[in-house]
Design a protein around this ligand. Structure first.
Ligand code: ADP
Length: 441
């Protein structure tokens, strides 16, 4: 700066000397002024060039000047480079930050001080049916048209969350979202959304389960306490007493079966997957199932005063299953005992083992009443029964198929059901080849 001033004075002085010679003092002043004007014009011209140079991508260009102008240009160049590096770092940090929010399983929406959308991640867009680009700077309440949300938004206190219906809801399934507003900065807010459909479903299932268990236990307990009261209050003969005791024993058996099945279910849910080290002999397993099945059929025949079922157990392949014996026994015998319980006396029940591309398949076919197609998908749900009274009469707990399905899943297999009303049912267990061995040596 000082140099430029000195340079200007030098030129003014230099031009003043010939002016003085030509026109005296006036000539000197005129000469100096002329020099100053010329110097000013040149300065302006250089500044224009510098400005032009700066407005083009200057960072890779060599400044086309020497001396002080080159120095100025280089300094500006350095400053610009520094700024550009800083901007790149900030841009990268912002991108990383946004990517991290994008990766969040929860929805995040940034709202400005007028509750307009500044930015939202894909999860929030999917939850609330937003379009991150199209809906930018739109008021959130204009887009989320849920009266519960509008009321929540209007209130002052947002300390707790609110549950609203999500955009993925359909006639068949309801999506539940937990939504909460968090204030930050100057009047801005963060709207967080969380899909709680699974949690709400698990909660509802737990409540249903507890209600079902209570109901299943309360019924026989009520009957039992009624009999106890009768025995206590009315003097009965030996035969009558025996009759009542038999009825009481049936009720306590019912409670016991329920408790056994509940324990089995909870053990299946809480324990580690069955080992692939334990080998279970199929022949021994089926011997037990056959013996128990025959005894059960005889018991049914005695009780119903009719002919026993025609039980046809096909030959068992000479292989071993890898898994938990008690679980496998339970899965197989549940299917056999169901077939016996739901098939009228004298009906035919056939079991069959076959080796297919999918694995080893065990099937139980009966000539019972069959099951309507609409019940099939729900049959393995806990306490789901098609024929409630038949289930109770024959000691069913409503948990047999749920246990079987669970056991099969734990062994990497599958439970399949085919049935035609009026023609009977076929229940199949498919064991993967990885769980079947011919001989372990
Ligand atoms: P339950 O103890 O009531 O038999 P399950 O879970 O074993 O419970 O079976 C669920 C329901 O499926 C039964 O209540 C019954 O209505 C139906 N079911 C099961 N097996 C058969 C079958 N072989 N034939 C007809 N219905 C069956």
């Amino acid at each position: 700066m000082l140099f430029s001033l000195l340079e200007m004075l030098f030129f003014a002085g230099l031009a003043g000397i010939p002016g003085w010679f030509l026109g005296g003092t006036l000539g000197a002043v005129f000469g100096a002024l002329l020099a100053l004007v010329i110097h000013g014009v040149m300065l302006q011209w250089k500044l224009d060039r510098l400005e032009q140079w700066l407005s083009t991508p200057v960072l890779r260009q060599d400044p086309p000047w020497q001396g002080v102008w080159r120095e100025i240009a280089e300094r500006v160049q350095r400053l610009l480079r520094q700024q550009q590096r800083l901007a790149a770092v900030h841009q990268k940090q912002l991108q990383d930050f946004l990517q991290a929010i994008q990766a969040s399983p929860n929805g995040v929406i940034l709202l400005d001080d007028e509750a307009r959308i500044e930015w939202c991640n894909d999860t929030a867009a999917a939850h609330l049916g937003l379009d991150a680009q199209r809906d930018r700077l739109q008021h959130i309440v204009h887009l989320v048209r849920d009266p519960v949300f509008a009321r929540y938004f209007a209130q002052d206190n947002h300390a707790s969350e609110v549950v609203i219906e999500g955009r993925s809801s359909s006639a068949l399934s309801l999506q539940k979202l937990s939504v909460q507003l968090h204030a930050y900065g100057e009047g801005r807010s963060l709207l967080l959304t969380r899909d709680i459909t699974a949690v709400a479903q698990a909660d509802a299932m737990r409540r249903d389960f507890v209600a079902n268990v209570s109901h299943e236990i309360r019924t026989p307990l009520t009957v039992l306490s009624g009999f106890v009261e009768t025995l206590q209050s009315i003097p009965l003969g030996e035969d009558e007493t025996q009759h009542y005791l038999q009825l009481m024993s049936a009720q306590s058996d019912r409670i016991q079966s329920l408790v056994v099945d509940l324990l089995m279910l909870s053990q299946l849910e809480g324990s580690q997957l069955p080992s692939t080290q334990e080998k279970v002999s199929l022949a021994a397993l089926m011997l037990q199932v056959t013996t128990e099945g025959q005894a059960f059929s005889e018991w049914m025949a005695n009780k119903g005063e009719g002919p026993v079922h025609q039980l046809e157990f096909a030959p068992v392949p000479d292989v071993y299953l890898l898994g938990a014996r008690s679980e496998l026994l339970s899965a197989v015998s549940n299917l056999v005992s169901n077939a016996i319980r739901y098939t009228p006396l004298g009906g035919r029940i056939q079991t069959h083992w076959s080796s297919t591309a999918e694995g080893l398949v065990f099937s139980v076919h009966d000539t019972g009443p069959g099951i309507a197609a609409e019940h099939l998908p729900r049959l393995a749900e806990r306490f789901y029964r098609v024929d409630r009274s038949r289930s109770r009469e024959t000691g069913g707990t409503g948990l047999g198929l749920a246990i079987t399905k669970h056991v099969m899943q734990r062994h990497g297999g599958e439970l399949r059901i085919d049935s035609v009303v009026g023609q009977g049912s076929t229940f199949k267990l498919v064991f993967p080849q990885s769980r079947v061995v011919v001989d372990l040596g």
